[in-house]
Ligand binder design. Structure first.
Ligand SMILES: [Zn+2]
Length: 301
């Protein structure tokens, strides 16, 4: 449906009324990245389409809190372990990478709408207070260079990433959380921290030893920073068979990871394969109307 017609339909209120009478035939897991600055004079971001503004995020959380039932990973585990039923329209909000704006911009919004979230931290740049490799490479060589490196073999990727390291300054919208900020975030009752590798490589292109180290070391770092066991992981880039494979899944299993999130774009079966949890990646174009319309299409009678 055209955006204008969709806006009129959503404004009329009938999609919202209809959604409330229906259920989601699975858990809707959303994958966010950073909250980007907005307004005149705001600094721009590379890969701007992967980030939403605080106003967009506020609109999404308002829709999710009023039309759906935001759940935490703990709620989902409780369902799996005790059979406690999930609500009719369960939604899990996740953030990948660990941008500082998750703490400074997203957390106040999550609090206002009582929406829980899982945050998957890429621990190397957090520990080093550097940009994530793709944000450093894109700033220097453009976004196309990042896509090229995702397709390169692991050694070529490693060499290019080592040559592009970039410190993250305090006002940089690409800045990752600091270790102290990870700790503050993890202490919040709405937030659970998971791991997302140390360096954000394409795991499927790395050797078994490197895959194992990327998983174990990021898991250990998050556990030591937060004082809690880490049993959730998000695959860097997230496409099965391209970005991760059965070897990755075996290493996760051996490390005690029980929930691993992909970017396979579908609803997640509540009792489905826990190492292949699908997610929809939220992009900049998701207006409030588009989200309501998506919910209308995803729900069933
Ligand atoms: Zn990521």
């Amino acid at each position: 449906m055209r955006a204008g017609l969709r806006r009129l339909a959503v404004a009329s209120g009938w999609p919202a009324r209809r959604i409330r009478t229906r259920r989601l035939p699975g858990v809707l897991v959303l994958s966010y990245h950073a909250i980007k600055p907005a307004g005149p004079g705001a600094p721009s971001m590379v890969f701007a389409g992967l980030h939403v503004t605080a106003a967009q995020f506020e609109a999404h959380c308002r829709v999710l809190a009023t039309l759906c039932h935001p759940i935490s990973l703990t709620d989902w585990r409780a369902h799996r372990e005790t059979g406690r039923p999930l609500p009719a329209r369960p939604v899990l909000v996740t953030f990948d990478d660990g941008y500082r704006s998750v703490l400074t911009e997203a957390l106040p919004v999550l609090e206002r709408h009582a929406v829980p979230a899982a945050v998957f931290a890429c621990t190397g740049p957090i520990a080093m207070e550097e940009r994530f490799w793709y944000d450093a490479v894109a700033a220097r060589d453009g976004e196309a260079a990042v896509e090229g490196l995702k397709a390169a073999d692991h050694a070529a990727w490693q060499a290019a990433v080592d040559a592009s390291r970039m410190p993250a300054h305090a006002g940089d919208p690409h800045a990752p959380l600091s270790v102290e900020e990870v700790q503050r975030l993890a202490a919040h009752p709405l937030i659970e921290l998971g791991a997302h590798s140390v360096h954000h490589p394409i795991l499927a292109r790395a050797s078994h030893d490197v895959q194992r180290a990327e998983i174990r070391e990021s898991q250990a770092a998050v556990a030591s920073w937060t004082g809690r066991p880490v049993t959730a992981f998000a695959y860097p880039n997230g496409r099965e068979g391209v970005d991760f494979d059965v070897v990755t899944m075996r290493h996760l299993s051996e490390a005690g990871i029980t929930d691993a999130f992909t970017t396979t774009p579908s609803l997640a079966a509540p009792d489905g394969d826990r190492l292949r949890i699908p997610r929809l990646v939220v992009v900049d174009g998701w207006t409030e109307d588009a989200l309501v319309w998506r919910l209308l299409r995803l729900t069933v009678a």
